[in-house]
Design a protein around this ligand. Structure first.
Ligand SMILES: Nc1ncnc2c1ncn2[C@@H]1O[C@H](COP(=O)(O)OP(=O)(O)OP(=O)(O)O)[C@@H](O)[C@H]1O
Ligand SMILES: [Mg+2]
Length: 248
């Protein structure tokens, strides 16, 4: 039953007005898999994520999440989503934000409380939860957004740059938790500019100039491109693309 992939994107073309941002993207995230999306700023990572969430309708191709065409409200309830821009209530405390988003889930009050304690501990936001969000630092807002996305044991996590502003120690802690969740069957799609994050993923999808330029497990890509760092895979794959398309 769980064999259907969590995300299936097939021949996706996406853009805004006359601009084409994504040309022909195929992507599969299997159950329990962690896929990291890598690409330069402006390459279309958030556009791809918004397409998967059903916030943008595909221009061409198809997007299925948990075997359902997006947009679909029931499926949205199974996704823990963290947007690139924090969608938080500034005039509420961190705790009140968690309570509010927790109340949208189909859980009892005591379950919401348990969930809140659990997600706050993952992002290490204990005492600061009583502060107003408007007084949070950038990293604290990211951590609260991540905590909200984890509420309610989602089947799928979609995280747009979850580690921005998060220090290395906490990042390791968050990665431990993401691996635990994935081992429990949760599928995870995230974007990142941080190569340490990329190394932790099961699968990488590198996009540049609207296309997929490399895709595979980190180790497999290192071997394929005969390099020692993921960053060098991206550089080599980008050069191949420039040679193919011309570098203008
Ligand atoms: N709402 C919009 N209207 C018009 N153009 C847009 C819109 N959103 C994004 N774009 C354009 O689409 C391209 C891809 O943007 P996108 O936000 O998907 O990139 P990204 O890879 O997420 O970048 P970053 O790493 O900086 O977050 C950019 O050229 C951007 O200017
Ligand atoms: Mg983005």
């Amino acid at each position: 039953m769980n064999l259907v992939p969590a995300i299936e994107v097939d021949g996706l073309e996406q853009g805004y007005g006359k601009t084409i941002v994504l040309k022909k993207i195929d992507l599969t995230v299997k159950r329990g898999q962690i896929l990291a999306l890598i690409g330069p700023s402006g390459s279309g990572k958030s556009t791809l994520i918004k397409s998967i969430m059903g916030m943008l309708l595909p221009r061409k191709g198809s997007v299925k999440v948990l075997d359902t065409n997006m947009p679909n409200r029931l499926v949205l309830g199974k996704i823990g989503f963290m947007a690139q821009n924090d969608a938080l209530y500034q005039e509420l405390t961190g705790k009140e934000n968690l309570q509010f988003f927790g109340s949208l889930l189909d859980l009892s009050k005591s379950e919401v409380q348990d969930q809140m304690d659990y997600v706050a501990s993952i992002v290490n936001l204990g005492p600061q939860l009583n502060k107003f969000v408007k007084d949070y630092s950038g990293g604290m807002k990211r951590r609260l957004s991540l905590a909200i996305s984890l509420l309610g044991n989602p089947d799928l996590l979609i995280l747009d740059e979850p580690t921005v502003g998060i220090d290395p120690e906490l990042r390791d802690h968050i990665w431990d938790e993401l691996h635990k969740l994935a081992n429990g069957g949760c599928s995870i799609l995230l974007t990142t500019h941080v190569m340490e994050d990329a190394e932790q993923a099961d699968q990488l999808l590198m996009i540049r100039r609207g296309e997929t330029i490399a895709q595979g497990a980190p180790q497999q890509l290192l071997e394929q491109y005969k390099v020692d760092e993921i960053e060098d895979v991206f550089i080599a794959a980008g050069r191949d693309q420039d040679a193919r398309l011309g570098s203008d």
